[in-house]
Design a protein around this ligand. Sequence first.
Ligand SMILES: [Zn+2]
Length: 439
Amino acid sequence: MQQLARAVALAFNQLPRPHRVMLGSLTVATLAVAVWRPYVYHPSDDPTPIVKHVELEKNELRTLIPEASEPLDQATPDDDIPQDEIDKDVPDETGTHDYVVSSGDTLSSVLNQYGIDMGEIAQLVKADKELRNLAIGQQLSWTLTDDGQLNRLTWEINRRETRTYDRTGNGFKMSSEMQKGEWVNKAMSGTVSGSFAASAQSAGLTSGETSAVIKAMQWQMDFRKLRKGDKFAVLMSREMLDGKREQSQLLGVRVRSSGKDYYAFRSEDGKFYDRNASGLARGFMRFPTVKQFRVSSNYNPRRVNPVTGRIAPHKGVDFAMPLGTPVLAVGDGEVVIAKRSGAAGNYVAIRHGRQYTTRYMHLKKLLVTPGQKVKRGDRIALSGNTGRSTGPHLHYEIWVNNQAVNPLTAKLPRSEGLTGKDRRDYLAQVREIQPQLTF
Ligand SMILES: [Zn+2]
């Protein structure tokens, strides 16, 4: 029987997906009939061997058609978020993920929300126990291998020291680099003509610095909407070593668009606030529905398809919910996709600022159109069971910097501002930097 099951599974792999789904359902039906008939038609027989037989069959079926009773979807497309001018102009160090440590973070809480498993995190800590002591404002960045494992992690402890952890055979190797350069402030300003990225570069900013400016301002303005003649000024802190620029940090930025000034300043915690120390991002809701529904399938970047044996990441979380449940935008943003698409069914994607995108799939009815601005809590669709889906559910994803993160644990943008001593320190810094932001 096992050999037969294996042969069936093998034959399965050779088939195109729609055929697999069809054949899978037929196999279930056929086997179910074959298994149950003797039980139904021969009630007087000794049932024990038959019951055993039934259980065996059921287990084998389960390996062929996993969780057939759960509302479940397969890997969904991830390549059709439209790029805009800024994405094309500012290469976004694709594949590298950046994170600024904030209060309450630990190495495992940070990395785990990006799907890096606890085993790898333990290996990192084995390489350097000090990784247990992350401090607010430090920067972590990392890259992953093709199959979603951690490849390299960089920890900027302070302006002087950076530690790097590289994957070796079965662990990580730590190396430390001390910076010896001088940090100097550099004010630059320019006028928009053509794209912002091109204008910033002619004003002397590197593409990394341009990208930092766009990120800092992402909740206040849409750089695609800048007009010719709009002005900008930045203050960068740059580390110079032997006359060469090593690295830089954005301290403050001012943009004047249509006669109105917008500001963002860097705080000690590595985040950007406005001139009054208020947070710039309006918070996100954790769930895209009014009430919280049962999770039927979790985010899993290394999910293995039991039939094909291939890695088929589940890039979001599935909530089982009745057909027609209102689906809400989790934050303010702009609809970038609202259409019917093969596997995803009816599908909406919303862009929030420049780093965040949320995606909602298998919808019954779309209530928004591409280009439409939405506010947190707006109804964008009714939930459904369209596309490659085996039951009514909502598949929900959050992407940060072009990477899918765990929607249940991801740190979401927050709206709180600074308070107390942090606020006083910040405002003192603003008083120092703002006069330097002249056009
Ligand atoms: Zn799903």
